[in-house]
Design a protein around this ligand. Structure first.
Ligand code: PLP
Length: 539
């Protein structure tokens, strides 16, 4: 393809993308395709190998429309409520387009000065947007920020740095004695970092009465116990906005405990909720003061709720040498006079790879186009919508909140009447204290699966009850209301009401269906729970 052919193809691509956005609302959120749909359709004879001869661009471009688009799940669809949002703005797309038009591995300043300097500036812009303390700024000369691919990468990078710091301070320590700490609500990135590094991970308990947030006393007890056993605590992940329940760990209590354990690195993972720090009114609840006081490192993702297309995981550290001491490997060919003179940052020493994408461009575009006010307005609007959704849950006789709404996240469960048998008498409200947790969990899980399987304008709900302590507490359905509009939120509320029409006579679709599903699955836990509920009647 030459420049003029690219111009033509580029105009066509933008036109098609715009048409796609006009049609998005009418498209299904999840594609109605079966596994292997694409593999069966790949054109011509080259299912298993690339074509021998180059093809005409128009054919390739049409195949994208015909084969790929129909197999995509649209995370930016107004009816998408599953998992977490993935940000999507036109400014972000343009940033990626320009960035890829001048490919840059960007590993050091010399390899493309603009890549390094814009990233330094954007990390400082974001630090200021979120109210982070000066010691996290690149301009501090001691701390600083870097864009990673994901929060999981950020966690891995700082775990490596913490391990390296610990072993430098304690050369006698055996690696098998090092312990990192997470809670049962921490994202799996903590366990993953421990797996990758072959280190022990201790999962701390959190309680429903604490809204699933880590308390200082729990941490202290674990640290004391481990130190008494000869273990070496070196790293803790605190979370602002856990994945399953939006919990915000008690960072002040944690920070105070860690004063007695100065070798423990505190990383704050605020992957989705961190962007609320842009709004001064949420800084207390998001524990900005504690982050600034106690955190060794902190990260948030602009690519979740922060309007910048994937990927843009922001990571700040209090001391940049903690990263470079752990990750700087400089063979002769990577030496430059600017970095030898200490005049520039070489980001290759702040992450795992050598090469890196030019991600700061899209951050620059988005922040300039929205401005602080636009960014704040977006975050506030999402939270308002969630408050509206939570009000629908609160006034619904069929649903109950599991935890208090957290920013744009609502965690709820079903409070339905369960009828056993064909219209027989055994009817129980699932919010009865006597109801076993297994039953509550099964009901909510079944409900969420049914809701997700709906074909008509489905509001995609997701169950995030895989974390063990939530399972032993109360089951959860989770709705994330990021970026939807009021009508959509109401649609979800109405769907829930219809779906839970079981209340009253037990003749509604919900209870009938539930009975079916449960028989089909022959779930032991539900059977046992139910048997105990209805006085030992065999099911
Ligand atoms: N941390 C939290 C609290 C999350 O909710 C998530 C994903 O939802 C992650 C980390 C993972 O983020 P990433 O995909 O950037 O690793």
């Amino acid at each position: 393809m030459d420049v003029e052919a690219f111009r033509k193809a580029g105009y066509q691509a933008i036109d098609r993308i715009c048409d796609f956005y006009y049609s998005l609302q009418e498209r299904p959120v999840v594609p109605p395709v079966q596994p292997g749909y694409l593999l069966k359709q790949l054109p011509g004879k080259h299912e298993d190998a690339p074509p021998e001869e180059g093809e005409d661009w128009n054919v390739i471009a049409d195949d994208y429309q015909k084969l790929i688009l129909p197999g995509l799940t649209f995370w930016q669809h107004p009816n998408f409520y599953a998992y977490f949002p993935t940000a999507c703005t036109f400014e972000g797309m343009l940033g990626d387009l320009y960035s890829t038009s001048t490919p840059n591995p960007g590993f050091n300043w010399t390899s493309s000065p603009a890549c390094t300097e814009l990233e330094m500036a954007m990390m400082d812009w974001c630090a200021r947007l979120f109210g982070l303390a000066d010691h996290f700024l690149n301009s501090s000369g001691t701390g600083g920020g870097v864009i990673q691919t994901t929060s999981s990468d950020s966690a891995l990078v700082v775990t490596v740095a913490a391990r390296s710091q610990y072993t430098r301070r304690h050369p006698d320590a055996k690696l098998e004695d090092l312990v990192l700490y997470v809670t049962s609500q921490t994202h799996s990135l903590g366990v993953k970092a421990s797996l990758v590094l072959g280190l022990q991970c201790r999962i701390l308990d959190v309680k429903p009465e604490d809204e699933y947030a880590l308390r200082g006393e729990t941490l202290r007890a674990a640290l004391e116990e481990d130190v008494a056993r000869g273990k070496r605590p070196f790293f803790l992940i605190g979370t602002v906005g856990t994945t399953s329940s939006g919990a915000i760990d008690h960072l002040e209590e944690i920070g105070e405990v860690l004063k007695d354990y100065p070798d423990v690195w505190l990383h704050v993972d605020a992957a989705w909720a961190g962007v609320t720090l842009a709004c001064p009114e949420y800084r207390d609840v998001s524990r900005l003061k504690d982050i600034n006081t106690y955190a060794t490192s902190v990260g948030t993702n602009l690519h979740k709720w922060g309007l910048v297309n994937f990927d843009a995981a922001l990571l700040w550290v209090r001391s940049r040498t903690d990263l470079t001491d752990a990750l700087d490997v400089t063979p002769e060919f990577l030496r430059t006079k600017q970095s030898e003179a200490g005049a520039v940052i070489d980001y290759r020493n702040w992450h795992l790879g050598l090469g890196r994408r030019f991600r700061s461009l899209k951050v620059w575009f988005v922040l300039r186009s929205y401005g602080v006010k636009g960014f704040q307005a977006y975050i506030r609007r999402c939270i308002e919508l969630n408050e509206y959704f939570a009000s629908l849950v609160k006034t619904s006789p069929s649903l109950a909140l599991v935890t208090q709404p957290s920013f744009a996240l609502t965690v709820f469960r079903v409070v339905a009447e369960v009828t056993r048998g064909e219209g027989k008498v055994h009817r129980h409200r699932t919010d009865d204290a006597a109801n076993p947790l297994g039953l509550l969990n099964a009901i909510s899980m079944t409900f969420a699966k049914e809701a997700a399987a709906r074909g008509d304008a489905p509001p995609y709900l997701v169950v995030l009850s895989s974390s063990p302590s939530m399972q032993t507490a109360e089951s959860t359905s989770v709705v994330l209301v990021f970026g939807a509009d009021e009508a959509k939120v109401k649609e979800v509320g109405d769907m829930l009401k219809t779906k839970l029409n079981a209340k009253g006579g037990g003749k509604g679709r919900w209870s009938g269906k539930f009975t079916g599903v449960w028989r089909e699955k022959e779930s032991k836990v539900v059977d046992e729970a139910l048997a105990s509920l209805i006085g030992g009647v065999s099911v």
